[in-house]
Design a protein around this ligand. Structure first.
Ligand SMILES: [Zn+2]
Ligand SMILES: [Zn+2]
Ligand SMILES: [Zn+2]
Length: 279
């Protein structure tokens, strides 16, 4: 399975769109891996997790032909993960697509409502099709098996983290979420993860949590470490599992190199825009 990180920031981006804090000013000056757009990943070239406001620009940055995109797996309705307006540009004279196959979107009820409210009865000539999916059910999407699991992110929405399987390879796409709900933990023992992508919105700012305390809504390095330990203890991960942290906020303050140093003792890979991983 090929995983390409298109964006690795939280909602505001880093540098944050309207911010002039020290962390944002440093990122503007240093550039490179410190420039982070809104989080999303490309899986096996034709499948995307989340479709935020930076998707078009990232397709130009990384030479991705979005006419070939087959499916989008949406985690939840926050604007850094789902901007429906661009899908209007896939129908009629906006887009000439070789096979005319519809682009499939998978997501929860709230994402579906947002999609439908945006287009108000316009079916976009069937060029984009929304599939509402339920947690803990497995959906076959071409060569992939997609299983949404409940996240701990918003009380009024069933936000998803995804288990994505391709052949013998298994990925946990694990943000946006705080420490996972017990219902989700109960479903993990059946998997052996080759890679785990974790929420690191808080960066090092949750380090003062005690051994039994966890953060809700998002994670930082302390909570990431607790998730890693539990996955290894239960046998769903081992020393070969790649643990990758992403979805960074400027409030975490540490720039790429500083963060890389900080997490080295935990064995985390710090994601950056454009990073590719093969599992
Ligand atoms: Zn987010
Ligand atoms: Zn800032
Ligand atoms: Zn969110």
């Amino acid at each position: 399975m090929k995983i390409k990180f298109l964006g690795t920031a939280a909602a505001e981006g880093w540098p944050a769109i309207f911010c002039s804090c020290d962390a944002c000013n440093k990122a503007r000056m240093l550039k490179g891996k410190n420039i982070r757009t809104r989080s999303s990943c490309l899986i096996d070239d034709y499948y995307m997790v989340d479709f935020g406001a930076d998707t078009y620009m990232n397709s130009l940055r990384y030479g991705i032909d979005l006419s070939k995109l087959k499916s989008v797996f949406v985690t939840h309705s926050h604007s850094d993960h789902f901007i429906p307006y661009d899908f209007e540009l896939r129908y009629g004279s906006y887009a000439y697509i070789e096979d005319r196959k519809p682009l499939m979107i998978y997501g929860n009820q709230s994402v579906k409502k947002l999609f439908e409210d945006t287009f108000k009865g316009n079916d976009l000539d069937g060029s984009v099709v929304f599939n509402e999916i339920e947690p803990y059910k497995t959906y076959r999407v071409d060569h992939l098996d997609l299983t949404p699991h409940l996240a701990d992110h918003m009380p009024d929405e069933k936000c998803f983290v995804y288990v994505i399987q391709s052949g013998k390879k298994t990925l946990l796409y694990g943000h946006d979420s705080g420490y996972y709900p017990e219902e989700t933990w109960k479903n993990f023992p059946k998997y052996k993860f080759d890679a785990v992508i974790l929420d690191c919105t808080l960066g090092p700012t949750d380090m003062d949590l005690g051994p039994d305390e966890v953060w809700h809504g998002h994670m930082g390095i302390n909570t990431d470490e607790k998730v890693k330990k539990r996955l290894i203890k239960m046998g769903s991960a081992n020393e070969n599992t790649k643990f990758i942290v992403t979805h960074f906020s400027h409030n975490g303050k540490l720039l790429y190199d500083e963060l890389k140093d900080f997490v080295s003792k935990y064995g985390f890979i710090v994601a950056y825009d454009g990073m590719e991983i093969e599992i």
